[in-house]
Design a protein around this ligand. Sequence first.
Ligand SMILES: Nc1ncnc2c1ncn2[C@@H]1O[C@H](COP(=O)(O)OP(=O)(O)OP(=O)(O)O)[C@@H](O)[C@H]1O
Ligand SMILES: [Mg+2]
Length: 399
Amino acid sequence: MAPKKGAATEDKLQLGRPGNNLKIGVVGLPNVGKSTFFNAITHSSVAAENYPFCTIDPEESRVAVPDERLDWLNAQYKPGARIPAYLAVIDIAGLVKGAAEGQGLGNAFLSHISSVDGIFHVVRAFADPDVVHVEGEVEPVRDLAIIHNELRLKDVAMLNKYIDANQRNIERMGSGGSVDDRKRKDDFATIVKVRDWVQAGNDVRKGDWSNREIEVINTQYLLTAKPVTYLANVSEKDYLRKKNKFLPAIKKWIDENNPGDKLIPFSGAFETALAAIEDPQAQAAFLAERGGAASAFPKIITTGYDSLHLMHFFTAGEKEVRAWTCRKGAKMTEAARSIHNDIADSLIQVDVMRFEDLKAAGSEADLKAAGKLIIRGKDARIEDGDIVYFRSGQGKAKK
Ligand SMILES: Nc1ncnc2c1ncn2[C@@H]1O[C@H](COP(=O)(O)OP(=O)(O)OP(=O)(O)O)[C@@H](O)[C@H]1O
Ligand SMILES: [Mg+2]
């Protein structure tokens, strides 16, 4: 079915930079389990020791985005290779109170956050007395507020810098002026509006901005414009019994301060132990011993990926089945660009199989026999899960 023409939400701009190569940074107070999370989720081995500021330089790694549809295609096509979509995750140093004024290694760390597209905000909700807490007691709601505040203050400072640098020029322009002057005045007014919003205690991403305002906001790389997924790091025991005394208060804080943001509990201790087991059978035994528990990572990865407004489509053939990342709402040309610029530039049409149709038909041949192969133009929008064959000029169709 063709996408509805002129649907109001279709061309709503998104905060942040567009692209299909986006990164999520792991952010939180020092010593709350950020590197522990990063190591377990990316199978890395950066230092994750029991002292604050163990991490200084950011570390990047990528994780496969789980998708049952890719598994199904793999079983169906039995290709030589099965290539998932990936999400880049970056381990960042801990932030402390006063970071926006340069406390800790304040500004350097904040600039690391500025270079990511989304945030996994790790908050400590385990009570191990042996693990140092920079603020003394374990108190997740206070910690959430500290990080929230530092990111906001940094944004206020950035916006004020713009305002200070431009205010006199804008005032000098008076009313009227050239098209260019009017645009500069409009931009300035938007920045002041955003500054007032953030100064009043709000995150940029929770504002209801017009496309024009979003264009201006996107020139500023604001920290609170980035989507956030909250990750509560609980003890293994709490994770297994699905109960933790701090979770209700954390949830309440999110609902009051950033309604709509997701909260996912995980256990750094549990995930580290699980990730250390390589043999699938031994892993299954480990989980069975723990009452059939499962890792929180698949949900965390897909939630983070989704928060960046990313989705994937597939190519499937004898050589490989593969998931490719693109923005939600992307047109075929843009999706083709995830694979290769040449394909995008000479794209003519696209053969599309809807995943559900293929699954129902049982095979590509049966789907075609049933007349369910869809031919789309290059300006059509691709949909999550589409299995595509890009027909481009110069015989460069990609399968
Ligand atoms: N769920 C948990 N239960 C018990 N201990 C944990 C848990 N998660 C992490 N830890 C421990 O907390 C300590 C700090 O962990 P980690 O180094 O990952 O924190 P960090 O947030 O990366 O710190 P920094 O900001 O200093 O880089 C480590 O000793 C780690 O083993
Ligand atoms: Mg660390």
